[in-house]
Design a protein around this ligand. Structure first.
Ligand code: PMP
Length: 284
């Protein structure tokens, strides 16, 4: 595997390339006690970087890790790291915390052994002309009692990964996962919106899925621009009958869905306005 250009701040210095960080007995590599966040630099801007830096510290606390880096420190380090890339580079910005040692009873983690790093690496922005196809996954999001769903934890992703593998096998780009009540929660890698009669609808945050920073930002921007946005319980049938579908997430920001199961649909006016609003905000 060839990694794209990468810089990582670890233990007081910047390192180039894919720095090995986890030994064989590291708790995180064994039992998955790690949290991360994903922000972006693109077209010379880093929208909502402060919110991503705040969220990783909340994720650490939820996971029982000790967040040693302040939001201001994450931001300053990111600024430093950005200087190692071309000014207009499209980058993924990924802070991470993980546990080095197990706790006294081995399966739990020793919060005092929390380590951290900040990686920045090149990752092209997907083109808006690339529409995504989605299908319903047989897998579901865990409830708050079944997983640390209030952390952006690495350990939550194998469930989403198997949903992706399963949907790819059936010829789709992404999969929608329901919560345990059978309401649509999110896609495997992004939040999801539908439009019906000019109204934007999206699953109400209920703790089972990542109510993303891009989702919250887009809702605010759309409402301020006079678009009605409803956060509510939505079934897969509602999505199948939508006029428009789109995703929000750090990686692609606001992107169109152009096929749901066997039905093709076009990027619509509400999607287009939402994307434009996000870009205007990002460059403001
Ligand atoms: N859900 C999942 C599972 C994700 O991985 C992401 C991307 N971080 C999102 C939603 C969108 O969240 P955000 O807008 O904060 O990037």
């Amino acid at each position: 595997h060839r990694w794209s250009p990468t810089w990582t701040y670890l233990d007081g210095a910047w390192h180039e390339g894919n720095v090995p960080i986890m030994g064989v007995r590291t708790h995180a590599s064994w039992l998955g006690t790690s949290v991360f966040d994903g922000a972006r630099a693109f077209e010379g801007v880093t929208p909502d970087l402060d919110l991503h830096c705040a969220r990783i510290n909340r994720s650490a606390v939820a996971m029982g890790l000790k967040p040693a880096v302040s939001v201001e420190e994450w931001m300053a380090l990111t600024e430093e790291g950005l200087k190692r890339f071309p000014a207009d580079a499209a980058l993924y910005i990924r802070p991470m915390y993980w546990a080095e040692y197990p706790g006294a009873r081995t399966v739990d983690a020793d919060a005092e052994s929390t380590r951290w790093c900040l990686s920045l690496y090149e990752a092209a922005m997907p083109q808006p002309s690339h529409g995504t196809s989605i299908t319903l996954s047989p897998f579901r999001r865990p409830t708050v009692e079944c997983a640390v769903t209030d952390a952006k934890a690495g350990a939550l992703y194998p469930n989403n990964a198997r949903a992706l593998v399963e949907c790819h096998r059936r010829g789709f780009d992404n999969a929608a996962l329901c919560d345990m009540l059978g309401n649509v929660a999110e896609l495997a890698t992004a939040n999801v919106f539908m439009v019906k009669d000019g109204v934007a609808l999206t699953p109400a945050a209920n703790g089972t899925f990542l109510a993303g920073i891009t989702r919250t930002r887009s809702i605010k921007l759309m409402r301020a621009a006079g678009i009605e946005v409803v956060e509510t319980s939505l079934r897969w049938d509602d999505f199948r009958q939508a006029d428009e579908l789109f995703t929000t997430g750090n990686y692609s920001k606001v992107a169109p869905i152009t096929r749901i199961e066997d039905r093709d649909l076009q990027p619509g006016p509400v999607f287009r306005r939402a994307r434009e609003l996000y870009w205007d905000f990002a460059h403001a």
